[in-house]
Design a protein around this ligand. Sequence first.
Ligand SMILES: NC(=O)c1ccc[n+]([C@@H]2O[C@H](COP(=O)([O-])OP(=O)(O)OC[C@H]3O[C@@H](n4cnc5c(N)ncnc54)[C@H](OP(=O)(O)O)[C@@H]3O)[C@@H](O)[C@H]2O)c1
Length: 315
Amino acid sequence: MEPAMEPVKPVIEPGFDVVTGAFSFTGRAIALRLLSEERRVRTLTNHPNRPGSVDVKVDVAPLQFADRAALVESLRGADVLYNTYWVRFRRDKLNFGEAIANTRILVGAAAEAGVRKIVHISVSNPTADSHLDYYAGKARTEDIVRNSGLRWAIVRPTLVFGNGDILINNIAWLLRRMPFFPIPGLGGYRVQPVAVEDVAEIAVWAAEQSDNVTVDAAGPDTVTYGELVEGISIAVGRRPRFVYMSPRLTLWAGNIVASRVRDVMLTKEELQGLMEELLISLEKPRGTRRMDNWLLTNAETLGRTYASELDRHWR
Ligand SMILES: NC(=O)c1ccc[n+]([C@@H]2O[C@H](COP(=O)([O-])OP(=O)(O)OC[C@H]3O[C@@H](n4cnc5c(N)ncnc54)[C@H](OP(=O)(O)O)[C@@H]3O)[C@@H](O)[C@H]2O)c1
């Protein structure tokens, strides 16, 4: 945990955009996209000193939910709020219910601060009655945004790849090290990865629409999970034996590795979402960047080091 930050100082004039998590993954791509369009950006984050944060030239304020007045002040004068805030899984006292409540505080603060529009990053195929809390929770946050009184856009990414991602990097990390690689089931369920830069472009495009919109952010290629792993394996030049396992055994194997790296690698819910093909879109793809190209360009560095979710967000 990094030291507490000073209260936000108004160092930029009104007319800027606010992005949550500009030193993390999707928020970073959105911030870089906005900066490339010469927008001024403030980020809300609890990790202002992450490696690479100096390369993202933004004003910084805490992402805090306990001090609503300070949150409102950090949003005052902003044009668009790009909200990436969410938690990957429940842990300790932070569960999806808490993340929904925090989203409500953030969206309410944006409305009180007079923000013109909110672009909310959701997930593909969220439904209120989903048996998966991640997806049901996301549907509830979408309702909060739609009922906020603000102009809004909802962007629903599938599986996001790019520099700084966790899942694809850690598949590569495993492929580089393990004598075998577990594939849950037969690996025939489909995914439609999308580049993080495409998500950012779609989010900025959504902010510019005069109507409120809900759009998927999905890439041009749909592949099976087995093909996805095969592609990563080719890129990193390592082909351990693929072992087809039940989901339960896969999670068990994943937990053994996770305990060695003191992380949570994959949750049961994430695996269910993947196998139920929730990470694909039924819309015409808006993303254009191909994952194969990105894999080949980044083959040298991909999976060299483990990307820890717990280090990134929970410690
Ligand atoms: N990554 C994907 O493949 C994917 C796929 C579909 C949808 N999405 C959605 O896209 C959005 C961004 O995802 P991302 O992977 O790019 O996330 P991220 O950058 O790792 O985190 C996004 C924001 O949430 C905050 N956050 C994350 N976990 C937290 C925790 N445990 N406690 C407190 N704050 C936490 C981060 O805080 P800090 O700024 O302090 O780090 C950051 O501001 C999310 O809404 C996610 O549901 C992601």
